[in-house]
Design a protein. Structure first.
Length: 145
């Protein structure tokens, strides 16, 4: 099976990143790497100095319609499915319907890739019914190396 050409657009995410949030000074790490013949992009995250922050694993692939999906798992046992876009340097994740668990609130992440490709300036937001989005926290990634 040939690799879906939409996956090529995710190349700017590949690598090692530091993570900084609005929670405080602790830095976490994120890594993105191709797996299974380049058919999936795997993201691993962790914030070792903040015990209440979960470690995460996300698998990004392409569905039959050519749209991105992110399957998210974390050390709390949370499993979620996000629709995803990555266009013109803007990365969005959206969860607005029940998936593996009930939907008590909608979530979205919007991150902007800098022109040099070394920073993603983003924010996680939530909404009770998919409207009136409010900031949960900022999440900024800085490429390492």
């Amino acid at each position: 099976m040939e690799r879906h050409p939409a996956l090529d657009r995710l190349g700017p995410l590949v690598g090692e990143w530091s993570m900084q949030t609005s929670f405080g000074p602790a830095l976490g790490r994120a890594s993105f790497e191709w797996e299974l013949g380049g058919h999936y992009l795997v993201e691993r995250t962790g914030v070792p100095d903040v015990p209440e922050a979960p470690d995460g694993l996300a698998i990004i692939g392409v569905d039959a319609q050519g749209s991105y999906l992110q399957h998210y798992y974390d050390s709390r046992g949370v499993t979620r499915l996000y629709s995803m876009t990555f266009e013109d340097g803007t990365w969005t994740l959206l969860r607005d319907k029940p998936d593996f668990s009930p939907l008590h609130f909608s979530q979205r992440y919007v991150g902007q890739l800098s022109a040099d490709g070394n920073t993603i300036d983003g924010r996680w937001e939530s909404a009770d019914h998919g409207t009136d989005w409010r900031l949960d926290f900022t999440l900024v990634l800085h490429r390492l190396g």
